[in-house]
Design a binder for this molecule. Sequence first.
Ligand SMILES: C[S@@+](CC[C@H](N)C(=O)[O-])C[C@H]1O[C@@H](n2cnc3c(N)ncnc32)[C@H](O)[C@@H]1O
Length: 192
Amino acid sequence: MSDFGLFFGKFLRQGTAIASLAPSSPWLSRATVREVDWATARVVVELGAGTGPITRVLAERAPDACRVVVLERDPDFARLLRERFSGRPNLDVVEGDVRDLAAILADRGVTRADAIVSGLPVPSFPADLTRSLFRDVGRLLPDGGLYSQITELPWVYWRFYRRFFEDVRFAFEPRNLPPAGAYFCRGVKPLD
Ligand SMILES: C[S@@+](CC[C@H](N)C(=O)[O-])C[C@H]1O[C@@H](n2cnc3c(N)ncnc32)[C@H](O)[C@@H]1O
């Protein structure tokens, strides 16, 4: 089955847990990772990888010295990602829920990340999961570290992400179905 067929079928069955009709286009995938500093990055974490369009760009760009940890909750997507990226020794695919992010990374010896790239449907998360995600993001990233987030509703969630980050910029990417974009967020605000 094509990536689109697999993705769309899951969207029809699971709705907001998948949260988009189709995998991100190559243009959106490249836009989402464009602020990762590959000259210095040693650990990059991807959250909610789906069929892996952003993972593909990360795999192409990450030098051997940079570890890429890819988290995906859906077992079919996780299996596909493992098959697709098994040739990349610096890329680990983990099947799991972002609710357990800190423990999943700690089990793999990861306590810091230089950048976090997210395809997660964060605005549909319950409030407690959103807070736990951004608390973990704040602990993992260095000061000013990048949290990059795709969206298919351009600009709509700018205020939402400003609640959690000091600096939020948006890049529009019309070459996606539907037109979409990425938020580049830095400076996690303290929670509690
Ligand atoms: C909008 S899709 C993005 C997929 C892919 N990154 C892309 O750009 O095409 C959201 C993905 O997040 C995953 N996801 C949703 N909730 C999750 C959670 N709590 N933990 C881990 N992954 C989750 C879904 O299974 C889905 O693959």
